[in-house]
Ligand binder design. Sequence first.
Ligand code: F6P
Length: 409
Amino acid sequence: MHIIGPDSSKMALVMVGLPARGKSYTARRIERYLSWLGYRTRVFNVGQYRRARVGAQMPHDFFDSTNEKGEQARREVAVQALADTLEWLTSDGDVALYDATNSTPERREMVKLQCEASGVQVLFVEIACDDPDIIEDNIRNTKLSSPDYVNMDPDEAVRDFRNRIAHYERIYQPLHEDEGAFIRVTGAGRNCTVSNVDGYLAARLVFFLMNLHLTDRPILLTRHGESMYNVNHLIGGDPDLSPSGQRYAHVLADFLDARFPDAEAVVIWTSSLRRAVQTANPLGRRSLAWRALDEINAGICDGMTYEQIKQEMPTEYEARHNDKFRYRYPRGESYEDVIQRLEPVIIELERTRKPVLVIAHQAVLRALYAYFHSIPPQQCTRLPVPLHRVLELRPHAYGCQEVRVSLEK
Ligand code: F6P
């Protein structure tokens, strides 16, 4: 897939900020989001280059800017990581995240000049945070399990890391508007400052970053109950639920009552199609019907069986078989199209802090599932999403846990 939108130049998102502010976390979230949208996106983490070059367990004074040896070694790995970033961007990549503290205007100027010399657009993404609880959580939840502190007493590791932060605090200067285009995210996404930002992708990123939060909450995905089309192996359409599908809707209601007794505790979204809305009816709770959640549009094949398509339209059947992700049903959609129209759903899922139950369809849920599990979108088209199961996803800082509940009766 290629860059969608008018500004098709390659882009480096240059992270800026003190250690333990959530830069790597944000970089990975951006990577997941843009990869899912079809941009070839990759994170270049300078910390990993440092570990490969000088070893993992360097004491805090290695990070002291007055330590000449440390300073030189850190500069060398930063330069190496930047060279690799630019090499990748000028060949295969669309968007690279250059993940380092980039704490001083001098360092940022060097990065910017090199990017520009390679024809790469730069957008700085500064993560600022002075909430001691968030910083403490970041240190304890991510830094202590990093190779830098493996086998070290946790309290000693925290002390060392705090000293490391102090070294950076002495030299750190927040971005200034003269330095170029930037987005500054403060207080774990509560505030975003945008300066000199221009272009489609950058604006999209601002919107995405404004909606990120750290609240831990589950997202429950289920297909509608079995429909009359499922019974007859027909695709698409707007059929009613079968008797078994209606039973599922009631079992789902019992499940939800047990799991979320408070009716307001969970947000419920369905597609606009009858089978999804009928599945939500017995829940007796408020729900929102989204067109964006409707099943993939099978165009001229709507209402046919796969066998029929194979017999009557063998070329179409073969083309879909060969490239199920890009194949667009005549007068219908491809999975690639489905992902584009699901983007507002993803933004809303990111923004919502309550648990969300999504009652939708096979292709649509495959696409959403791929997002949360960072599965390359091209690989989503055959993911198993059976009827009458709830997939409970719990996204967290560096991945997504999953529980599958079978409600088959
Ligand atoms: O068969 C149920 C269904 O939801 C169809 O309506 C839809 O066309 C199909 O699944 C999507 O799955 P696939 O992409 O594997 O054909």
